[in-house]
Design a protein around this ligand. Structure first.
Ligand SMILES: Nc1ncnc2c1ncn2[C@@H]1O[C@H](COP(=O)(O)OP(=O)(O)OP(=O)(O)O)[C@@H](O)[C@H]1O
Ligand SMILES: [Mg+2]
Length: 194
């Protein structure tokens, strides 16, 4: 079987790293975390002082990922919210977009120390489907599978991904409508603040 390159994307704090670690160990795959790779190998073009984060050099990152994926002879799990923009399109075999109800996601973000504009910006990204739209813009339908992780633990989510990889579970998009849900609950103004 040819090597699979499985992208795990989604809004910050949605649970990508927890799930990707488990998935990689279950598949005996190479695990690549984009932030760690950028820092370890200096694939950085600057610092975003306002957000307190690094700015990744997209060109260098893409080139390095091409090498990393070609060099290893196992499957690769790539973990990062901008994975679709830096993994060469022709190499990616599956894109899993993890989704989480904004009410639960906000709690995860707060527990991880997010606050202020960083919290509201990222929460808005989840409500407005930014990672899903990015994934579909790059890959179109077919490769892109959306998973609602709300109320599930990492093991359950990893099992769902394995189900899709084995052809036991359908790969689908259009599963969630956070905007509609929050609106119907009268909570939109409390969660969408930008
Ligand atoms: N399924 C889950 N149930 C409960 N808590 C979880 C779950 N998945 C992750 N968490 C917790 O939520 C936080 C964020 O998880 P994680 O680091 O896996 O997210 P991430 O998507 O990789 O975030 P980032 O984009 O910042 O790297 C962590 O504190 C983690 O322990
Ligand atoms: Mg992570």
């Amino acid at each position: 079987m040819s090597k699979r390159v499985i992208l795990v994307t989604g809004t910050p704090c949605v649970g990508k790293t927890s799930v990707s670690h488990l998935l990689a160990s279950k598949l005996d795959a190479e695990y690549v975390n984009l932030t760690d790779l950028a820092i370890r190998e200096g694939l950085i073009s600057g610092k975003d002082k306002k957000r307190g984060s690094i700015i990744v050099d997209g060109g260098k990152m893409k080139q390095r990922l091409r090498e990393v994926i070609k060099e290893n002879d196992k499957d690769t799990v790539v973990d990062g919210h901008y994975a679709v923009n830096v993994v060469p399109k022709n190499l990616a075999t599956h894109v899993f977009v993890l989704r989480r109800d904004p009410i639960e996601l906000k709690k995860f973000m707060e527990q991880s120390g997010f606050s202020g504009p960083k919290l509201w910006e990222n929460l808005a990204s989840e409500i407005l489907d930014v990672c899903l739209v990015d994934a579909l813009n790059v890959h179109g339908e077919g490769k892109v599978c959306e998973l609602d992780t709300t109320g599930k633990n990492a093991e359950q989510i990893a099992q769902e991904i394995l189900g899709v990889l084995k052809g036991l579970k359908k790969c689908r998009v259009g599963l969630v409508d956070w905007l509609g849900k929050l609106e119907s609950e009268g909570l939109l103004d409390d969660y969408l603040k930008i």
